[in-house]
Design a protein around this ligand. Sequence first.
Ligand code: ZN
Length: 96
Amino acid sequence: MPYDMMLTCEKRTLYKIGGAYEKRWKEVSVADAVGTATGDLRCVHCGGEVRLHHRKVTTTTGPQDHAEHRRRQDSEGCKAGHYFQGEHRRSATPIE
Ligand SMILES: [Zn+2]
């Protein structure tokens, strides 16, 4: 089955700025996003929700670690999506 093959995603990250904590988006590799709650991850390009896929340590075949759009609709409208239809747009349901 075909799939999106994004090697990075954005992770909501807590920063301390001027004594106050603030959450901002940071681009990280999929390996660095391991363990992050679903609602704190999004596509770098369209802001849509993504799902992470990890290659099992015991296998050397199969796809490497990557992120996929959770919604087919996002994949169709995102330049990083496997189903991209040619016109990039922001996700209809972005995570902000
Ligand atoms: Zn996207």
